[in-house]
Design a protein around this ligand. Structure first.
Ligand code: XIL
Length: 379
């Protein structure tokens, strides 16, 4: 059956089970979402699920509402969804004493109706935070605000999430702080223990939740990526050795073709070390910026697809990589074309996702499908 948003809403909705606490958070949830993947046998989630891998993508509530064709593509290709904006502080908490779960709850409803999983992104991040929180930090109330935020938000979705990005982008070795930690407002106000505290607060609010630390620039053969890999290994080793409830490393994988050398062996060695710590690995925000390439679209599409292929071949060789999400499915809504630091200098739209602006599959879609087809099966 071709699964579309309409058939899902009409048919599967009636058949799908309500998401219960144990089922969603524990292995039962994973099995259900893998099953959702298998049901999408000609979508990317189907190729992934055949190997025991969950495939998903970033979406935004307003895009799903405004563009039913995109919603159809999501339900055909993904077993998992991560909200692009709806679980970030400005969306969830317009002021210190007001929470607004409406948009995120709509996304949860969408995923539950379609039988998909939902990832939580993100609880502690130095970007996309409201001005009121910066003022609260200056007034000495950051710890209180962070603690109550994590408890409230994780508690609101307890038992329903695939996983939570508890800490996002906490490293920046160039800042010269011990452990390579980013000199963020959190580090300045709360000291290095804020990371551990965030994980412990999240675990208390949802004891069954799969808790992740999510990071970028871990992928290439480049000194800045190497220093981040080293800092991440040291941080994870410390957290795990002290029993902090961290369960997975999220590797953002915002790739860029033609910028740095990609060395599959280097990535695999890093993944093996993370695996030895007993952690799962998620590829959380995969896309391929093409701004270093000349304008020709056919050549760009070919190079982007090849880069997806070589990255995923290396990443998926490690069985601890259980989950892969792209940061969007269509170029039409990609941050690579909307956020100024990511855009091409020639002003042309980037073509870094599996579908083009008209929701036509590109070589990147096939490269991702092929990478799943070639991956070793997870147990
Ligand atoms: C981005 C969104 O895609 C943009 O729409 C928003 O303006 C900024 O955030 N790393 C992350 C994501 O962890 O949350 C970011 O998402 C992309 C980089």
């Amino acid at each position: 059956m071709r699964l579309t948003r309409r058939t899902l809403l009409g048919g599967l909705a009636a058949a799908s089970l309500p998401i219960g606490r144990a089922a969603a958070a524990g292995p039962g949830g994973r099995q259900r979402w893998l099953k959702a993947g298998l049901d999408r046998s000609d979508g990317l989630a189907g190729f992934a699920a055949a190997k025991g891998i969950l495939f998903g993508t970033e979406v935004r509530d307003e895009v799903l509402t405004a563009d039913p064709a995109l919603a159809d593509v999501v339900t055909e290709d993904a077993a998992l969804v991560v909200p692009g904006l709806e679980l970030k502080w400005p969306a969830l908490r317009p002021s210190a004493d007001r929470y607004d779960f409406a948009a995120a709850d709509r996304l949860l409803q969408f995923t539950e109706t379609a039988g998909l999983g939902l990832r939580g992104h993100t609880l502690v991040w130095h970007e996309v935070i409201p001005d009121w929180l910066k003022r609260e930090a200056e007034a000495g109330r950051l710890k209180q605000r962070v603690d109550e935020h994590i408890a409230r938000v994780v508690g609101h979705y307890a038992g329903k999430m695939h996983s939570w990005d508890v800490a996002n982008e906490v490293l920046e070795p160039r800042h010269g702080q011990p452990g390579g930690l980013r000199n963020s407002m959190f580090l300045k106000a709360l000291g290095p223990g804020y990371i551990e505290a965030a994980f412990r607060t999240a675990a208390k609010a949802d004891p069954g939740a799969l808790l992740c630390i999510n990071e970028y620039d871990l992928e290439y053969d480049h000194p800045q990526h190497e220093s981040r890999r080293q800092a991440m290994l040291a941080l994870l080793t410390d957290l795990v050795s002290r029993g902090v409830p961290v369960h997975a490393l999220g590797i953002q994988a915002h790739l860029e073709v033609g910028k740095y050398r990609f060395d599959p062996g280097l990535l695999r060695a890093f993944l093996a070390k993370v695996t030895k710590l007993g952690l799962q690995i998620f590829i959380t925000e995969l896309d391929v910026n093409d701004r270093a390439l000349p304008p020709d679209e056919i050549a760009r599409d070919r190079a982007v697809a090849a880069h997806y292929g070589e990255f995923l071949a290396a990443a998926l060789a490690e069985p601890a990589v259980t989950t892969v999400l792209t940061w969007g499915l269509s170029d039409k809504y990609s941050w690579l074309s909307t956020v100024s630091e990511q855009r091409r200098a020639d002003g042309r739209p980037t073509r870094g996702l599996p579908y083009d602006e008209n929701l036509i599959r590109k070589p990147a879609w096939q490269a991702i499908a092929d990478a799943f087809a070639k991956a070793p099966a997870r147990s």
